[in-house]
Design a protein. Structure first.
Ligand code: GCW
Length: 689
């Protein structure tokens, strides 16, 4: 009897010990060894650096570590030189980044030899699409960590500060050095004094961690909150209003980063409302910020209800202004020409704007990749994008090199990621979505690290219990946890492409929720380019969007030889086939199958893949604490069901056009299309647009 009690108590203790809610992210406590940290200067940032070393040191017991701020030409920006027991940098942030790097390497067992680590991009920024009422556009992890409903928002609590500090620390640990605190669909209230006071409070917490604060601004603010008659950028009073506003902000926040602007896009106000151009608007704001060293990040995400191929519009609108922007304006371009789809070719603006600074915008939040339900590791998607060759300055002109200052002279270099962070205990909704926050930071710091390395690091930091017991169990852990889970992560994005929109299909989501399948979705009167049939173009003859010269000629926006590669159906990579070509159902694929069969094989393959992920995860049970294990297990179940809806919905719908049987070796549909459409119609009511 006594034994039973003992066992129960033991099990309970074990569960408590290993119960984790994920709040600690990749910064979980370890058993530190004693260390002596020597630093010639003192400051809040350096104190943080010191404490981090003392709290997590896993190097030699009793070692002495020196932190040295000393100018060195080989070290750029907030880069650092790292050694086993020393970190040197030009800046305090550099020291902090060096400390996190050293600790990370100790914890993951990566080699530490003397070397210099410089950042790929100077500005590594999170964009929060957080509204001032606390809701988050495309957020799937709870309410905003910055804003909330009601007047309560103007009181800064200790809990707020604690959370912001944890947030800042997590960012600093992966090199992120900027945060845009509010939605690009910005409220004019953002720039009113009460809200700016809160921004100041946030900035004060983020600053010691090397993070600059930025704001999204609404272009019509002068008229809406400034009492002016217009917001015309060429009106001197308007320009003066922005100058005064900039001064007011910099008085509160001397190191304020600048503005992010979504203008004349999806109904947002902008300079075109006054017959002015994007350059007029961006330059006016840039002039207001320039005396203080601020920048303007002006988004290129624009498309109108015209007949022009949506994928071509940003390029058409922005290219004429190349060279006309101030040097503190950066054009922020989404990775793909349409909208953060599971797979898109890179936007043709990258490398094409040679006299303007361009920065990539990635989406960390999984708007189009299963929200916080699907397990989707996005590093492979970003790696694919950053390493895409634009050929704009000869072969090897990757998107990364076109934007990081390697090819074009530019005063600033920057990269942004739309955050997936909310008030959920684990910050990101899905435990594995944390890996995307992590990956964004790591790639912004070093755009050439491989997804595999990022996954490897993240798993070790996030799931190992302590390094000691990982060492003991190393073989078992590596073989039966690290390796299969890493493989699953690396394959996860492709699985989603397969069951949602393979072979270059895109934007066939139902309604505006952007979760379930909706290739059929086309309500009467809806703007065509907001409906899936516009994108898939399926008919009895075939499927795909013809962007060759016989179609919209979207390919014409790419540089040779890429243009020819993409426009020639036999050289166009199959992953982009239906992005660029409309092809007959019996078109012969490289596999020898018809296009129809191949499409079905991908849909089916995606579903089977998620089921394999379920098996991988179930086998990982003994290595993971109960809470996180169950959470992920349940989400994989939901993902599996959703994958099946995608496969059945899309295959049954496209079959109406192809009029061909599903390959007989594949699983038969389990859903009726009508059922899925009805389910979808019920869901649609929940979404706006
Ligand atoms: O993809 C669309 C999203 C909108 C978003 C917009 C943008 C913030 O559906 O929710 O608005 O992109 O990037 O501006």
């Amino acid at each position: 009897m006594k034994n039973i009690y003992c066992s129960i108590i033991l099990i309970f203790l074990t569960l408590c010990l290993y119960a984790e809610d994920g709040h600690q992210l990749w910064l979980r406590n370890s058993n530190p060894k004693p260390v002596n940290v020597v630093c010639s200067k003192t400051s809040t940032s350096l104190t943080i650096a010191k404490q981090e070393l003392q709290n997590s040191w896993m190097g030699e017991t009793g070692a002495s570590v020196s932190l040295v701020i000393k100018a060195d030409k080989a070290i750029r920006g907030d880069g650092f030189r790292i050694g086993k027991n020393a970190i040197q940098a030009n800046t305090e942030s550099g020291i902090l980044y060096g400390v996190y790097e050293l600790l990370r390497r100790q914890q993951t067992g990566e080699a530490i030899q003397e070397e210099i680590c410089n950042p790929s991009y100077d500005r590594r920024i999170l964009n929060h699409w957080d509204n001032l009422d606390g809701s988050i556009e495309r957020g799937y992890a709870g309410q905003s960590i910055f804003w909330r409903k009601g007047s309560d928002v103007f009181t800064v609590t200790e809990a707020d500060k604690k959370l912001w500090q944890e947030y800042a620390r997590a960012n600093a640990s992966i090199g992120i050095n900027g945060s845009v605190l509010n939605n690009v669909n910005a409220s004019q209230l953002m720039l009113t004094s009460d809200y700016l006071q809160r921004v100041k409070a946030i900035a004060d917490v983020l600053r010691p961690y090397g993070i600059k604060t930025y704001l999204s601004v609404r272009f019509s603010s002068p008229a809406q909150i400034g009492g002016l008659k217009t917001s015309d950028p060429l009106n001197p009073e308007v320009a003066q209003w922005w100058k005064d506003k900039a001064k007011e902000i910099y008085n509160l926040i001397p190191d304020f980063g600048g503005f992010l602007v979504k203008a004349n896009s999806e109904g947002q106000p902008g300079p075109q409302d006054f017959g002015r151009t994007h350059a007029d608007g961006a330059n006016m704001l840039a002039d207001a910020l320039n005396p203080f060293g601020g920048i303007v990040m002006w988004r290129a995400f624009v498309y109108s209800a015209s007949d022009e191929d949506r994928a071509k519009q940003a390029y058409l609108e922005f290219m004429p202004f190349d060279g006309q922007f101030r040097d503190n304006v950066i054009i922020q371009v989404k990775n793909g020409p349409v909208d953060f789809q599971p797979r898109e070719p890179f936007s043709p603006l990258f490398g094409a704007m040679k006299k303007t600074t361009v920065m990539p915008e990635l989406q960390i939040t999984q708007e189009y990749l299963g929200h916080s339900i699907h397990l989707a590791f996005l590093a492979p998607m970003w790696e694919e994008f950053l390493q895409s060759d634009t050929y704009q300055n000869g072969a090897g002109s990757t998107v990364a090199r076109c934007t990081d200052g390697s090819i074009f002279p530019q005063k600033y270099s920057a990269i942004a990621g739309v955050a997936n962070i909310g008030l959920d205990a684990n910050w990101c909704g899905h435990h594995f979505a944390q890996a995307n926050w992590y990956a964004f930071g790591r790639l912004a710091w070093n755009s050439s690290i491989r997804s595999e390395q990022i996954a490897d690091e993240w798993i070790k930091l996030t799931f190992s219990r302590t390094s000691e017991n990982r060492d003991e169990l190393a073989l078992d852990w590596n073989l039966n946890f690290l390796s299969p889970v890493k493989q699953m992560m690396l394959e996860s994005r492709e699985a989603i492409v397969d069951f949602m929109m393979p072979l270059g299909l895109h934007h066939i989501f139902s309604a505006n929720g952007h979760y379930g399948p909706g290739p059929w979705w086309a309500p009467k009167g809806m703007r065509k380019d907001w409906t899936p049939p516009y994108y898939h173009q399926a008919d009895t003859l075939g499927i795909g969007f013809d962007r060759t010269s016989s179609g919209s000629n979207g390919v014409g926006q790419y540089q040779e030889p890429l243009r020819s590669t993409l426009s020639n159906v036999s050289t166009c990579p199959e992953a982009y086939l239906l992005w660029f070509h409309h092809l007959p159902w019996d078109y012969k694929m490289k596999s020898g199958r018809t296009l129809w069969d191949e499409l079905c094989v991908h849909y089916d393959g995606g579903v089977q893949q998620v089921r394999r992920f379920q098996k991988v995860w179930d086998q990982a049970e003994r290595f993971v604490d109960r809470d996180r294990f169950v959470d992920v297990q349940e989400k994989l179940r939901d993902q599996s069901l959703n994958a099946l809806e995608w496969k059945d919905g899309c295959m049954l719908y496209f079959q109406k056009f192809s009029r061909k049987p599903f390959p007989y070796n594949l699983e038969r549909p389990m859903y009726n299309m009508d059922y899925l459409i009805e389910k979808d119609t019920k869901r649609v009511g929940e979404y706006h647009h």
